[in-house]
Unconditional design. Structure first.
Length: 248
């Protein structure tokens, strides 16, 4: 996805072919959902101008989790006046980024290094600043199923597993469900398309990530939006069913 591209009314996809982030417009103001890679700052002004906005229009950044390819523009948004919100269980790694643990130990990536797709991903992340994740101070935290006081008034849906505090973000008024890396529609290791869990080597707990799909299964949304891949428009229930089947 290369944006800005309007996915549903007032919801725009931005980013690169490999990494997505999003903007939600409400009453002339914006909420960013995730923040891509820091290198995306080179085109940020152009992206915002294309939809009639500027950086100061971003009132809030809501993070699905604290991985570097979702937090890159956070300092830029903060400097422009936006508040940053994240689940309390991911706030520490937002302030002090470091290697993931559990199932996501870097050693578990080694068996996939023969795949050209993996190297393409690493090169892209490196070129766009992913190897130098920002240290983001001063974020506000949320803890569970709650409405956020940001443009669009989204609801938080805990979907832990990819990280300890991973959450999906549901903008009911827009018919948009942002699932971050709770699942993907393009596998960044294999290139496989369609709803699926992220590669197990990237999930802190693969079992918990699979279990967390139940939290979004019954959500009604016109579009399900992921961190990696194209939007899914056939409903969260169908996406979850496919992801479970592929995980089996």
């Amino acid at each position: 996805m290369q944006g800005p591209r309007e996915i549903v009314s007032g919801v725009y996809g931005v980013g690169s072919r490999m990494v997505n982030w999003y903007l939600v417009e409400d009453a002339g103001k914006l909420t960013a959902v995730d923040a891509g890679l820091s290198g995306f700052s080179k085109i940020l002004d152009d992206d915002l101008r294309a939809i009639g906005h500027e950086p100061s229009d971003i009132e809030a950044l809501v993070l699905t989790h604290s991985d570097a390819d979702h937090t890159g523009l956070a300092p830029t948004f903060q400097k422009a006046g936006a508040k940053v919100l994240i689940h309390s269980d991911d706030e520490d790694t937002l302030r002090k980024p470091g290697p993931k643990r559990g199932d996501a130990s870097p050693i578990h990536i080694l068996p996939s290094l023969w795949r050209p797709q993996v190297w393409q991903l690493f090169i892209h992340l490196g070129r766009e600043g992913g190897a130098r994740p920002p240290k983001v101070e001063g974020a506000e935290t949320f803890s569970g199923d709650e409405l956020l006081d940001v443009p669009g008034r989204p609801r938080v849906i805990p979907t832990h597993g990819h990280t300890p505090g991973h959450c999906a973000i549901h903008f009911e008024s827009k018919g948009a469900l942002f699932v971050g890396d709770a699942m993907c529609t393009w596998n960044p290791f294999t290139g496989r398309l369609g709803p699926q869990l992220m590669p197990s080597a990237l999930n802190v707990s693969n079992a918990q990530a699979l279990e967390s799909l139940g939290a979004i299964e019954g959500v009604e949304a016109e579009a399900l939006l992921v961190g990696h891949g194209e939007p899914w428009r056939d409903g969260p229930a169908a996406a979850v069913a496919q992801a479970r089947e592929r995980a089996g």
